[in-house]
Structures are given as C-alpha cells and as structure tokens.
Design a protein around this ligand. Structure first.
Ligand code: CP
Ligand code: NVA
Length: 293
C-alpha cells in the first residue's frame, strides 16, 4: 500500500514520475475521459480551512472518474474525541483513499496504518508535501530543472512549507537558503539547507524567491508578536533586485499583501503565482495515480 505523507524520505524517482504525470495530465485535461478512479470513493478529512487543496483534490478525484466525500473534522466524531485509529479503521472499510489536513503529522501516519487505504497528507504542522511538488512543477515548466539552483525562502521558516522545501532540497539537489529571525529558523538539518538572518543575504543570487504566510493556521494567538518579529522578512523590490536576473517569485497562497510579500511584487508576479495554484490540480492527479498504480 502506497501513501504520500511527506517530502521527507520521498523516493526521487517516484517524485519525478508524479511530476511527469502531472505535466501530462495538464496537457491532456479535457481531451479524454479518465477512469482510473472509476468505482472508487475518496474521502477528504480536513481539520483546518482550505481553498486550493480542497478544490484541487475534489476536482482531481472527479476528473479521474471517482467520487469524493468532504468531511470537516468537526462534523464527525473525530472532532468529539473518537480516536484517529478508530476513525481510520471505519473509513478504511468504506472508502478507497483518503486526503487528510490536520495538525499532528503522527495523525496522518496513524490514519494510513489503521485505514490501509492510500493516504495523502494535505498539510500538517510538519509538512505540506503536495504544495512543494506543485511548486517544483511550476518552477521547472518555466525555467527548466531545479537541480543546482538557489531557492531563497523569506519569512517564517519554521512552518510546514519551508520544512517540506528543505527536504525537497536534499532530494532534488538544490540549495535552500532561509532568511528568518531568531526563533523562526528552519528546523531541518541537511547539507542543502542553510539559515541566515538577513533577507538580502538569502535573496542574493537566488533563482527563486519564495514565501508563505507569517501566521500559519493554528498560530493565530501569536499574531501580534509574529507581525512584529517578521516585519523585515518580506519579499519586495529590494530582494527581487538582488536575486538573479529572471528569478521567479512564488507564494503558496493565501497571500497577505504588504505582509510577507509587497502588494507591488505580488501583482507583478501574479501570473506565475496563480499558475502555481493551478498546478495544485495537476499534481494531485499525478500523486493519486502514483499511489494506486
Ligand atoms: N496553499 C494551500 O494549501 O492553500 P489552501 O490552504 O487554500 O488549501
Ligand atoms: N504555513 C501555512 C500554509 C498554508 C497553505 C499554514 O500552515 O497555514
């Protein structure tokens, strides 16, 4: 049984296959009927809000010929304390696959074990693996291989998205330089990931500038402190100027203009950023197909 729970430990060739298939799904969308999920029902269980991940998975599953059931974790007994193992054991007897957005990474690991159906991590506090594959797909379709490139992550480098980026750096062979203030550095230790405090230092010579929200889901009570701590960690004109000529700017979204990215740079780079959002749909198909074949 295959699962997609993290970028950490992901097999390089498996990742490459998902990316290749995503590109093919993108090219052939709408031209022929896909039936790989015919007769299957996949369940989405989300404990946090979502626009892109939810919509892309719901549409991907339908376009692959399957049915989909969206469950807000608060509307099922899980939200009242039913253990994840029991929830997984029940859903595993009815559904054919699961896509889970939650807090604790261990919960998606446990779900995959107890359900015994293909399980996908749709974001935890520790990783956002589907996002990072869509990001790499976007970079490579516009600029070629990401191998050997320099990616600068600016902002809260301690959250799920930069953690997944750091694992991807090791697997895909690029360098990730995170600029974050004390207390927000990237916790992943590998040869490809470095932490610096200066955004200009991180951005200098970068092929890709990347950011994510300053206040991740679940951290809302820290809002005032985070706005203060992270104020200098914004992708703006000054950073774009020191990056490589032709450097790309991406943002996983949702974006807060004039917080983690200036409104001006966001508007200038909106085409790439929304292409990145669209690629969520195509890569979800690549991931699902990889898991079931
Ligand atoms: N980037 C991303 O995962 O967006 P959503 O929270 O809207 O799914
Ligand atoms: N780090 C963000 C990602 C949102 C897609 C969060 O966890 O809220």
């Amino acid at each position: 049984m295959k699962h997609f729970l993290a970028i950490k430990g992901l097999d390089y060739l498996a990742a490459r296959r998902m990316l290749e298939r995503a590109n093919s799904f993108k090219k052939t969308r709408g031209t022929r009927v896909k039936t790989i999920l015919q007769g299957q029902t996949w369940v989405l269980i989300f404990s946090k809000p979502s626009t892109r991940t939810r919509v892309s998975f719901e549409i991907a599953i339908r376009e692959l010929g399957g049915n989909v059931l969206f469950l807000n974790a608060n509307d099922i007994q899980l939200g009242r304390g039913e253990p994840i193992q029991d929830t997984a054991s029940v859903i595993g007897r009815m559904a054919h696959g699961a896509v889970i957005r939650t807090f604790d990474q261990q919960d998606v690991v446990d779900f995959s074990k107890f359900s015994d159906i293909p399980t996908i991590n749709a974001l935890t506090d520790e990783e956002h693996p589907c996002q990072i594959l869509a990001d790499i797909m976007t970079y490579e379709e516009k600029r070629g291989s990401i191998e050997g490139k320099r990616v600068a992550y600016i902002g809260d480098a301690s959250c799920n998205v930069p953690i997944s980026w750091a694992h991807a750096a090791q697997i895909f062979g690029f360098d990730l330089v995170c600029a974050a203030p004390a207390g927000y550095s990237c916790p992943v230790k590998n040869k490809r990931t470095t932490n610096v405090q200066s955004p200009i230092e991180a951005a200098t010579g970068a092929d890709l500038l990347y950011t994510d929200v300053w206040i991740s889901m679940g951290k809302e009570e820290e809002t005032a402190q985070r706005l203060k701590d992270l104020a200098a960690y914004q992708i703006n004109h000054a950073l774009v100027q020191v990056a490589k000529p032709g450097a790309m700017v991406l943002h996983c979204l949702p974006a807060y203009r004039d917080k983690e990215i200036s409104a001006k740079i966001f508007e200038e780079r909106a085409q790439d950023i929304f292409d990145e959002a669209e690629n969520r749909l195509h890569i979800q198909k690549g991931i699902i197909e990889y898991l079931i074949t």
